[in-house]
Design a protein around this ligand. Sequence first.
Ligand SMILES: [Zn+2]
Length: 292
Amino acid sequence: MRPVITQQVGELRVHALHAGIQRLDGGAMFGVVPKPLWSRRIEADDRNRITLAMRPLLIEHPDGLVLVDTGVGNKESDKFAGIYGIDNAGSDGRTVLEDAITSLGHSLSDVKLVLNTHLHFDHCGGNTFIPVDDVERRVQPAFPGARYVAHRRELDYGTHANERTQASYFPHNWEVLQQRGLLELIDGPAGTIVPGVKVLATPGHTPWHMSALVESRGETLLYPADTIPTAHHIPLPWIMGYDVEPLRTLESKRALYTRGVAEGWRVVFEHDDDDATVGARMVMGDRGVQLG
Ligand SMILES: [Zn+2]
């Protein structure tokens, strides 16, 4: 198991957990940026794939544990894991995300709130799980004490997927939550989920994608999710080919940088496999935003 990286944000303890890795096509990850440029910064394997982390955020909040995003989970087939290069197996047939939470001394039922930045399978797949001993493979909520929060329009977008978007949205990641009344839908462009944990609308990757902000005592940690998936995506035009509205991603990034630099935000990049990027501060350099 990879180590948990813990930071203090004002009065809140925040852990960057490791929910496993995936390997995705390098060209798709960098959109219009040509390979001679991106391959100088990150190495591709013999299938042109780059290694990406999945790093959910766990916030030790006075109201209970808050988990932001949940990785891929344990419900997908070996064939699927092979295509996306997923390596996330944990103990008891579950995933390394559950192992990371229990390694901190918490039980899975201590998680009181799960926030999904959007509903792509690598961000909400761990919302639910299939017990390893259930021959009928019944999907269950992964965190039995939690309410789950997602954006109403993102759910609508994901349940009415088209030929290009359907490969990312799997209803088994949220249906059982809806059936049991555990899924809470939010509407606003921004809002406070619990005191100190906010969401911001950062459209582009999906039309209703949200970023999370942890704020306490004048300190702010940004979790931009797929708006800026790795530190390599900091330059404004380095935008994933997966994004459905890349020019809106551009403006979402610009808006995050304007505030983030002025207010000295730190960042956790959800898909960056380099532990050194966790909690780095955004600063303005000679050629735009960089990590300080
Ligand atoms: Zn995504």
